[in-house]
Design a protein around this ligand. Structure first.
Ligand code: MTE
Ligand code: MO
Length: 443
């Protein structure tokens, strides 16, 4: 099939067209589609950089430039037309976070994993989970109070914090509710809906251990209550041992100030710990010899076991991987060569291995990595594949440097039972039908 044929097949999207919807592989952005199909893209001679009506796939209010037949004949747009802050190409605007109206995702959004390139999530596509909206915080008035069992309680302004030595590290963040609907049955239609509460950023900030020297902890060990300045006043108890090991009070994300949705102006970043403990809009740290037993670590974010008892303080995110191409609701245009790719990550260290199966788990082949895996960070894996046009079931399975291996769905269900909710990390299966359609199935 030619690109134009695929574009024709795909040209029926409405205003809420989802980038992952069936038939969208390979996706042809609406504007370029028009050009390929020879319609709607004529430009009057000499009319440079005309703004035309945006196609339906563009976000409301988007500025849309006419595409001249020959860009060398029309002067480009002047520098500064972006108001001093760049935006992505108009042809990429269909790649968006999805806001889910129901349950866990009430006030959250999902990263479009199928469209991610490389290994860093652009800040504007980082997943979101807010328990009571995004507060508006003036950094010149924001402070962080550190008190409790410390020798010198202190209040730090953002200026104080930015004067301290900083570190910059790339880490993933994953909500422990990520992939939760899959406990019951294969549910999510796209990889964005099954695994989209996962993102990777480069974080910059001050290590907790630096701050601890400023206030003087009274004893080793113990717990710290971290509190957010949002209207949910999110609170979690964190072991001091973890904070001293690798916690970052982050004010930077991917080279600029952390986004409001990620906790501007300051968030706690606990590499590998469940998303919830990474308190955003951080305003208070209280040191104690015991945990505070807040709502989010008693009623919520505890794991109910088959025997009715609950695990508390299940912090570390287990190793997990998912194939992002091909994945749910895509359609392969025909038999032939493809490259299977996806992401693998572990809250306990580096990913050591990813294996891929194209026959539902009978045979496994080691995938290659785009870069040497970093600690507590996603890594992109890939494996070449010749599809013979027959039914196939695609799986990925990862291991981390501690020797832990990602469990199959059956192994996980056997261990955790029907009461489980958080921390689903079973192997994801994508079924490839002979017509090329990809769906979410139990392997
Ligand atoms: N203050 C505050 N911190 C918070 C939350 C919140 O609602 N308020 N949500 C938590 C949850 S459940 C998750 S998964 C992560 C999400 O971080 P993100 O929105 O930057 O992706 O932030 C955590 N920290
Ligand atoms: Mo979360």
């Amino acid at each position: 099939m030619t690109v134009i044929e695929m574009a024709k097949r795909n040209s029926t999207g409405g205003p809420d067209e989802c980038p992952c919807r069936e038939g969208m592989f390979p996706r042809i952005p609406q504007g370029r589609r028009a050009l390929l199909l020879g319609g709607g893209s004529t430009v009057a001679a000499g009319l440079a950089n005309a703004v035309t009506a945006a196609p339906t796939s563009a976000p409301p209010g988007a500025v849309w430039y006419e595409t001249p037949p020959d860009p060398t004949k029309v002067q480009g747009r002047p520098v500064g037309s972006d108001g001093g802050y760049g935006t992505r190409s108009q042809f990429e605007s269909a790649v968006r976070r999805v806001y889910s109206p129901a349950n866990l995702y009430t006030s959250g959004s999902l990263t479009p994993l199928a469209d991610m390139i490389g290994n860093t999530t652009p800040s504007g596509l980082h997943y979101e989970r807010h328990h009571n909206g995004v507060p508006t915080i003036d950094p010149t008035r924001h402070t962080l109070v550190v008190h409790g069992e410390v020798r010198t309680p202190k209040r730090f302004t953002m200026t104080d914090i930015r004067r301290l030595p900083s570190v910059t590290r790339r880490h993933f963040l994953e909500c422990s509710g990520n992939t939760y609907p899959e406990w019951l049955a294969p549910t999510g239609k796209t990889v964005q809906s099954t695994h989209g509460l996962l993102s990777t950023s480069e974080w910059t900030g001050v290590q907790f251990s630096v701050l601890a020297r400023e206030v003087g902890l009274k004893f080793e060990g113990g717990w710290v209550l971290a509190e957010g300045a949002d209207s949910a006043v999110m609170t979690r108890s964190i072991p001091v041992e973890k904070l001293m090991r690798d916690a970052i009070l982050a004010y930077g994300q991917n080279g600029e100030a952390i986004r409001p949705e990620q906790g501007y102006p300051l968030r706690l970043l606990l590499p590998g710990f469940e998303g919830n403990t990474n308190i955003k809009w951080l305003r208070r740290l209280e040191v104690s010899d015991k945990p505070f037993m807040t709502r989010e670590e008693t009623s919520k974010y505890s794991d109910l076991m088959p025997d009715g008892k609950a695990w508390q303080f299940v912090f570390e995110m287990d190793a997990k991987s998912v194939i992002t191409f091909p994945s749910g609701e895509m359609r392969l245009p025909g038999a032939g060569y493809y490259e299977i790719t996806g992401l693998a990550w572990s809250g306990r260290g580096r990913v050591s291995k990813v294996e891929v199966s194209t026959d539902g788990g009978a045979n496994w082949t080691a995938a290659s990595f785009d870069n040497s895996p970093e600690p507590i960070c996603t890594v992109r894996f890939r494996l070449p594949w010749m599809w013979n046009g027959q039914k196939a079931v695609l799986l990925s399975r990862c291991a981390d440097e501690t020797g832990y291996v990602q469990p199959s769905r059956e192994q996980l269900l056997a261990a955790r039972g029907a009461n489980a909710y958080y921390h689903y990390n079973g192997i994801q299966s994508w079924y490839v039908a002979p017509d090329g359609r990809i769906t979410n199935v139990a392997a």
